[in-house]
Design a protein around this ligand. Structure first.
Ligand SMILES: [Zn+2]
Length: 638
């Protein structure tokens, strides 16, 4: 921004004399002299002398840090990943020196916290770090690339969070790797800057021989604003499928912007998709302010494989608005030393998930069959999920530190106590979209709600890159819904019942508006519910609270041996026999527990599986009203 303004000022207008230009030049000199007095930046130098051994070397300098001890930290959390991750565990070695490389006193204050004293105003840290996971959270170094999530890679110092940072990369000997990142470029293609620590740690870096494609899309609200989109793909497949993939990414971008009405002002003028589609990559994706990381052990050469990758593209791109700029207070500021607890992930992640699916549908990248199958799974997970007996979607959001790629060695009971806020939030978004359309005759939709949130909380003002100045609270989210719907009482009731409460909307009625039928797969048929069987007839996981098996006292490690006096040897046997009865029938169930043969009585339930189908597939004809509802909802908005 500053560079552009200065350039415009020094360009003499045709009628100007020489003097104003000279004055402007002198003024610019003053600015650059002042800039020279700004606090020193933090300097990172990254090198990769032996990438095949999966480590990198980092040399960090903190200058002008005064006389007090400096508290240096590795992060224990990474924005967008809601559990703790101890990135310091992969340090191979670390050392600190002070001014003139003199020895310093170092006290290890915590697993990822060093107190450095006696440094004489300057601290230098040198470390080597192992990393072998290509995804959105961790660090991977190998002979083909360095794929770096910043909190997993860069240590930092307390009290210097507002300082700018400079990152310089040196490729392995003989490699001509280049850099894909949202960091600010400099004249040197291997050196980048960040205006502060929050932006630095939000900036992943892919350093490899990737393929780069770019396109621009005009902002519908301001055609002069044409952000550049970069697609950096590190993959093994050459050109096959690449052009089709990039075209699909562009159609995702074009289909997303009408939802919010305008593009964010990406601070560098660009948004970068960093895609690593490699055999050794993990299936993952992570949002950042002006970029996203997309990883999968898949190639681009098959249409089916490409389509599966696009769900992450659309989800993560929606995050450029929802979460990166429309950000809940519970995630701002982000705590790099612990997990932020947020009750708002149903909106931050769940609504993003809904749009991720809807955008692919609207852009014609998937068909209605795939979209209905997805919504079917989503509604089923929520309607039939045992966790809804215990927690609202707000409380599920607060489970994220335990569930979002969190690792533990003891078993959990999440199949009974947890429903993903991604899925439940998506179900709420679907219900709210349909409910808004229903009550306003299609005049107000979920897009209007997202746009209202964008205008109130997301639109970027003169803020500092990396810092969200106006995060929202749950009360704000409800108030904006009330305004968008033109009815605060509707918003209050919706939040009370479906967000703070544990009810679900009437999907049957709401979907009917679009000529979509939600119906039982096997009406009147009896069932045992989910059968969490492992090898053979052993119950491998907790039986579902409220399910027939659970009510009959069956649980983990029991081995089911007979049903109604007949020996059973497979899950399909058991399902078939149960299906031959009627809901409510009481049947003897034999099982083996701890070496003893036992018997119980199970009361069969009604088969609760359902499906979503287009009305026309049932032989009926949708009304013109249903067809226009469907087009307005699922059709392109471009
Ligand atoms: Zn997400």
């Amino acid at each position: 921004m500053i560079g552009r303004r200065v350039r415009r000022t020094v360009t003499p207008r045709p009628d100007s004399t020489l003097w104003p230009a000279v004055i402007v030049a002198a003024f610019c000199l003053c600015i650059s002299t002042l800039a020279g007095q700004a606090p020193p930046s933090v300097e990172y130098r990254l090198s990769f002398p032996a990438p095949q051994h999966r480590w990198l070397a980092v040399d960090v300098r903190f200058d002008g840090v005064g006389e007090a001890p400096l508290h240096v930290r590795m992060s224990s959390a990474s924005p967008g990943r809601y559990a703790r991750h101890e990135f310091a565990k992969n340090l191979i070695e670390i050392s600190f020196t002070g001014s003139d490389d003199a020895a310093v006193e170092v006290v290890r204050r915590g697993p990822a916290h060093w107190e450095v004293a006696g440094h004489g105003g300057e601290v230098r840290a040198r470390y080597r770090l192992f990393g072998d996971r290509t995804d959105g959270t961790y660090l991977a170094v190998d002979a083909t690339h360095a794929h770096m999530n910043a909190p997993a890679t860069l240590l930092w110092a307390e009290g210097l969070e507002e300082r700018a940072a400079r990152v310089t990369l040196t490729p392995p000997d003989g490699e001509a790797w280049s850099v894909a990142t949202q960091l600010f470029p400099t004249g040197d293609p291997l050196t980048y800057t960040a205006p502060n620590l929050a932006y630095l740690l939000d900036s992943p870096i892919e350093f490899s021989d990737f393929t780069l494609r770019t396109f621009t899309v005009p902002d519908p609200a301001d055609p002069a604003h044409r952000p550049t989109f970069r697609v950096a793909v590190h993959h093994a497949g050459g050109e096959a499928g690449l052009a089709e993939y990039v075209a699909a990414v562009e159609s995702v971008v074009r289909e997303t912007v009408p939802i919010f009405g305008e593009f964010p002002r990406f601070e560098t003028g660009t948004y970068t998709f960093i895609a690593d589609y490699l055999p050794a990559a993990s299936g993952d994706a992570m949002e950042h302010r002006n970029s996203t990381v997309l990883t999968a052990p898949a190639g681009l050469d098959g249409a089916g494989s490409r389509t599966r990758l696009l769900g992450s593209v659309s989800h993560e791109f929606v995050h450029a608005w929802n979460v990166e700029r429309i950000r809940p207070h519970s995630l701002e500021p982000f705590d790099f030393t612990a997990a932020n607890v947020s009750g708002d992930l149903w909106l931050a992640e769940g609504f993003t998930n809904y749009y991720g699916a809807l955008i692919l549908q609207r852009a014609g990248l998937v068909g209605a069959g795939a979209t209905l199958a997805r919504f079917e799974r989503v509604i089923d997970t929520v309607v039939n999920g045992a966790g809804r007996q215990f927690r609202s979607v707000v409380e599920m959001s607060r489970m994220a530190p335990f569930t979002d790629a969190a690792t533990a060695i003891d078993p959990t009971n999440f199949e009974n106590t947890f429903i993903s806020y991604y899925v439940w939030g998506e179900a709420i978004a679907l219900g709210l979209d349909l409910a808004l359309r229903e009550r306003t005759g299609g005049r107000v939709t979920l897009d209007d709600y997202m746009q209202a949130l964008w205008e109130r909380f997301g639109r970027t003002g003169a803020g500092v890159p990396g810092v969200v100045t106006t995060p929202y609270t749950p009360a704000d989210a409800e108030a904006v819904l009330g305004r968008a719907a033109g009815d605060p009482a509707f918003a209050r009731e919706f939040f009370a019942r479906y967000i703070d409460g544990r009810e679900v909307v009437d999907y049957v009625r709401l979907l009917e508006q679009a000529g979509i039928v939600m119906r039982a797969v096997a009406p009147g048929r009896a069932a045992l519910g989910a059968l969490p069987l492992g090898g053979g007839m052993r119950v491998a996981r907790s039986t579902g609270y409220g399910s027939p098996l659970h009510a009959a006292g069956i649980d983990r490690d029991d081995v089911i041996t007979s049903f109604d006096g007949r020996r059973v040897t497979s899950g399909s046997d058991l399902r078939r026999l149960a299906g031959s009865k009627r809901p409510g029938d009481r049947v003897r169930l034999g099982f083996r527990r701890l070496g003893r043969d036992l018997e119980t009585t199970v009361t069969l339930a009604a088969d609760n599986r359902f499906e979503l189908v287009l009305l026309e597939s049932t032989g009926a004809t949708p009304s013109p009203g249903q067809m226009s509802f469907r087009r307005a909802w699922l059709g392109s908005r471009q």
